[in-house]
Design a protein around this ligand. Structure first.
Ligand SMILES: [Cu+2]
Length: 341
């Protein structure tokens, strides 16, 4: 009787299989390589994208920096983490290579050695009368205390790193709001006139023409100043995405209706690539992240090239060691104003 029921369940399953397959095919068309508008949402954003490209391409103020090969991007045959350019990244990489990997290798070798010793020393030929011992207090203390010590050695740097990664941003930090869309990124700068940069993946030809890695390069980049904490407010407009830059040890989910906050600080000028790291639909693999890190002065020029305003340019320049930069910023602002008139 049960065989009969099983056979029927199997038969119904087989009959329904083609229907399930065609239902999957009915999903959005396979991703095309072109970053052209593929949804209504994206089409609606297209004018904004065109605008941003037009203003950002003012070569007098800003030209996209060429990436350094192997820096801020994956390398062929790489098995280690990417080289790290943030303080937390360097600490994390150090914990991995100075603490975790040596411990893994050490523990593995000790266990392997013990196994070999047991196999050889206590084989039937060498040890015909096996011992009937069931307890040994000394050994039991050893195999409890040593693992506890190993866990403590790992926990101390690891938990302090975790806490450091989620320290709130300092008061003066620049704020950038990152929004994940299906399937591109938007970066808005509320401290600089609240303009938004829409960032789509470059086609293979455009990426090659710009000397950038295909599927990591984007038409408009997120630009931030070097060596300064940047408060990233991360959210999403449709489904969950995740904003990740491996060479800055940065990853945080972008969740609709919620703002996640984390500090990003990169200590060297350059171009750093990342990808959306939360499965978010058909073109999930085609929404790369490109971050360009510039000096304060070049960053301000980029802001002006995008029609933004430079923080503190209108007000009295702050009496700090950044005063000369503020002066050049004002000149640039004046130039930009003259150019638009
Ligand atoms: Cu995504």
């Amino acid at each position: 009787m049960t065989h009969f029921v099983k056979a029927w369940i199997l038969a119904i399953g087989l009959i329904l299989t083609p229907a399930a397959l065609s239902a999957q095919e009915a999903l959005p068309a396979a991703p095309s390589v072109e970053p052209a508008a593929t949804s209504e949402l994206e089409a609606a954003e297209a004018p904004a994208a065109a605008e941003a490209t037009a203003s950002a391409s003012d070569p007098a103020l800003y030209t996209p920096m060429k990436p350094t090969p192997g820096v801020g991007m994956p390398v062929n045959g790489g098995i280690d983490f990417q080289e790290q350019f943030s303080e937390t990244g360097q600490t994390a990489h150090w914990i991995n290579s100075a603490i975790l990997v040596p411990m893994m290798v050490g523990v593995s070798l000790v266990v392997l050695g013990l196994l070999f010793w047991v196999v050889v020393r206590f084989r039937r030929g060498a040890n015909p009368e096996p011992s009937k011992t069931t307890h040994n207090t000394f050994i039991e203390i050893i195999w409890t205390v040593i693992p506890v010590l190993i866990l403590v050695v790992i926990a101390v740097p690891s938990i302090s790193l975790l806490a450091r990664q989620f320290e709130p941003a300092p008061e003066e930090a620049l704020t950038v709001k990152v929004t994940g869309y299906q399937w591109y990124w938007g970066y808005s700068y509320p401290d600089n006139g609240d303009f938004e940069v829409i960032s789509n993946m470059l086609s293979a030809e455009d990426a090659e023409a710009r000397g950038e890695p295909y599927q990591l390069a984007a038409d408009n980049r997120m630009v931030i100043p070097v060596g300064k904490p940047v408060k990233l407010l991360i959210t999403a407009a449709d489904v969950i995405h995740s904003f990740a830059i491996p060479s800055a040890w940065f990853k945080l989910d972008a969740v609709p209706g919620r703002i996640n906050e984390k500090v990003l600080q990169i200590d060297r000028e350059g171009v750093y690539y990342g990808q959306c790291s939360e499965l978010c639909g058909a073109r999930h693999g085609f929404m790369p992240i490109t971050v360009e890190v510039l000096s304060e002065e070049k960053f301000n020029n980029w802001v002006l090239a995008n029609g933004g305003t430079v923080k503190g340019a209108a007000a009295e320049p702050a009496a700090t060691d950044t005063a000369p930069e503020d002066a050049t910023t004002e000149i640039a602002a004046a130039d930009a104003a003259a150019a638009t008139n």
